[in-house]
Write a protein that binds this ligand. Sequence first.
Ligand code: AMP
Length: 293
Amino acid sequence: MNVTRTVAEIRAELLESRRAGHKIGLVPTMGAFHDGHLSLMRRARRDCDVVVVSLFVNPTQFNDARDLDAYPRDPDRDAQLATEIGVDHLFAPPVDQVYPPGFATTVSVAGLTETLEGVHRGRAHFDGVATIVTKLFNMVGPDVAYFGQKDAQQAVVIRRLVRDLDIPVAIEVCPTVRETDGLAMSSRNVHLSAADRARAAALHRALRAAQDAVSAGERDPGAARERALAELARADIKPEYVELVSADTLAPLHRIAGDVLAVLAASVGGTRLIDNEPIHPPSEARSNGDWRP
Ligand code: AMP
C-alpha cells in the first residue's frame, strides 16, 4: 500500500489509473479504524479498480477543542489494517496541506444542516464536513465515495452537496456495523468505561423500540418516540435528542409514512454518541380510493 501526504503526490499516483479509465473509489475517514471503517473499505475493494482511503482528523468539524485533542489516533495500526484489506493508497495529509495559510473558503449546505446534529453541535460542524469532503473529492477525483449510514445526517448532507455543486462522484451509503449487543461501532467507543459501555447498548435498544412500535402499527411519531425515551430512561440515559424524521429531508414528521429515520444523540458518561435506524413502515392499503388507517 502506498502512503501519500500531499495533494500533488496522490494526484500523480492516480494519473495513470484515471487515464486508463479505472474506477477509483474513495473512503474518507478520520482514522482509529474499526469494523465500520473496514466494511466501507471492503465494499470499495469489491466495487473499484483502485481504492483510496483518506485519513485526516479534520479540525474544522470539531466544535470542542478538547474533543479534537482526545480523538483517538493510531496511524500505524490503521495502515496495517488498510494494507490487509488491500487498499491501494492511504492518503494522510498533514493539516497545513489541507488548510494552508490564508485558507478562506467554506462550503455550507443550508437547511439540512440546521436540524439534529446541526443544532446540537452547531452549523460549523457540517460546514467543516462539507468543506473537507468537497476538498477530498477535488484532491482525489474519485468515481465513487463510500460513507456509513451511522452518520446518517452527514450522508444526506453529502448527497445534497454533490448534487448542488455537480460534483461528478457517486455516493454509496453502507449499513451501520454494530457490536453484538447492538452498539454502533465508533472511534469514540474507546472512551467509554466498562459500565458506560454496557449502558450504551440502550441506544440501539431505544431505536429498536421505536422500530418495533411502527412494525406493530404505530403511526404517531410522538408515541414511537416515547417508546425509545423509555428504553433510554431505563439505562439512566438522558438524550440530547430522539426524533423520527423523514429519511430524505430530515424534516420532522406529523405521521409515520414513507422512509423514516429514527435518530438519537446522547452523552454516556461524557462520551457523545449518535445512532440511527431506518424504518420502513409497510405502505398503507388503498381501498376504493381511500387511504385506510
Ligand atoms: P469517521 O472516521 O468516524 O469520520 O468515519 C469514517 C466513515 O466511516 C464515515 O463515512 C462514517 O459514517 C463511517 N462509519 C463510522 N462508523 C461506522 C459504523 N459503525 N458502521 C458503518 N460505517 C461507519
